[in-house]
Ligand binder design. Structure first.
Ligand code: FAQ
Length: 312
């Protein structure tokens, strides 16, 4: 009871929690859930972009895309490592993803149909990810907060490269290329708004997340900030966001927007989105195909230990 009180006071004072500090079980569970889901999203998020590496239109775009995908892999690794400090094994986390028990971001259950989808993922998906992740740099659990600082810097490059690639298509492209950009934006806009999670009054984890300083800003507030920032970028780009009700509301100081299809969101989160099955199957295949790499790395590590023991 006293420990709980000390923990609550520490959180109220804006303190950080390190892995070896005492923490309530529910705090630990919530963090394992959120951090591991976040890690899974980074790793699964590599797949739709990976589909386009061989079809990038120029060497420059291919090099940028490869670097971005590699960064996402790195983000997954920092996050799995942060989750492991809470006492869960990497194998258990990976099993939960592959068995369908653990979630990953709904956004990665939509297909990438043309090259403009790759720019749009950078602009909108990474843009939404940054908006959500900047407040997590102040998360009360220190290893998660520390990981987010580097992740946000890299995501910021990802967002810019996506926007730049779309800007080139819109300013120098053919009418067909401009139409591809508009088509990609039309398909990704609403799913990106869903990335922030359900509305605040339907978000079961928000109360504890906010109480414990894991979440610093609510789902709806972040979604609104993303809409306000992105509308201006869309105007510069010369694309129309696919929402006839999107307009500036002087009194609120924000854009009003049309209704979000939450039934679609829950369907996708429940496993029945456009490409949920293909994504998970591709992820499991990548894991199985990589078994020899993990075995070789372990054999090498064992050999290193043996050699250093013999030398000692
Ligand atoms: N998709 O009570 P809440 C990226 C679930 S990284 C799927 O509001 P919470 C980088 C939620 O888990 C993108 N499921 O939950 C990249 C919960 O279910 P549960 C990932 C969702 O945790 C870019 C239930 O609904 N970012 O994109 C989603 O308080 C490009 C009720 O929801 C993060 O994970 C969703 N969109 O708030 C990579 C950031 N939304 O677990 C490659 C960290 C909600 O009780 C290419 N996470 N659910 O069974 C968070 O900030 C939070 O976990 C939220 C959800 C805001 C996502």
């Amino acid at each position: 009871m006293q420990r709980q009180q000390q923990f609550d006071d520490h959180i109220d004072e804006g303190g950080f929690v390190e892995p070896k500090d005492w923490m309530p079980d529910d705090y630990r569970k919530t963090l394992i859930r959120q951090i591991s889901q976040h890690a899974h999203s980074e790793i699964v998020g590599m797949l739709p972009e990976g589909n386009w590496v061989t079809r990038a239109p120029t060497l420059k775009r291919k090099a940028i895309l490869l670097a971005k995908i590699q960064d996402e892999g790195g983000h997954g690794l920092y996050l799995y490592a942060a989750a492991e400090t809470l006492g869960v094994s990497r194998d258990a986390l990976v099993d939960a993803l592959h068995s369908g028990k653990a979630k990953y971001s709904s956004i990665f259950n939509y297909p990438t149909l043309n090259w403009a989808d790759i720019g749009t993922i950078g602009w909108l998906v990474d843009g939404a990810a940054i908006m959500n992740q900047v407040p997590i740099c102040r998360c009360s659990f220190a290893p998660y907060a520390r990981a987010m600082i580097r992740v946000c810097r890299e995501e910021s490059f990802h967002q810019r490269q996506g926007y730049d690639s779309l800007l080139v298509m819109m300013q120098k492209g053919t009418p067909e290329q401009k139409a591809m950009v508009q088509d990609a934006v039309n398909r990704w806009w609403w799913p990106c708004l869903m990335m922030f999670g359900p509305p605040d009054d339907q978000s079961p984890n928000s109360a504890n997340g906010m109480r414990w300083g894991i979440k610093r800003v609510s789902n709806d507030t972040l979604r609104q900030k993303f809409i306000d920032a992105t509308k201006q970028q869309a105007d510069v780009l010369g694309v129309t966001l696919p929402d006839a009700e999107l307009k500036w509301n002087e009194a609120r100081g924000h854009h009003d927007h049309g209704p979000i299809d939450w039934a679609e969101f829950w369907r996708v989160v429940g496993g029945d989105g456009p490409v949920n099955r293909e994504r998970l199957a591709a992820r499991i295949k990548a894991w199985d195909d990589g078994a020899w790499v993990r075995e070789a790395a372990m054999a090498h590590a064992r050999k290193q230990v043996k050699t250093s023991e013999q030398a000692a």
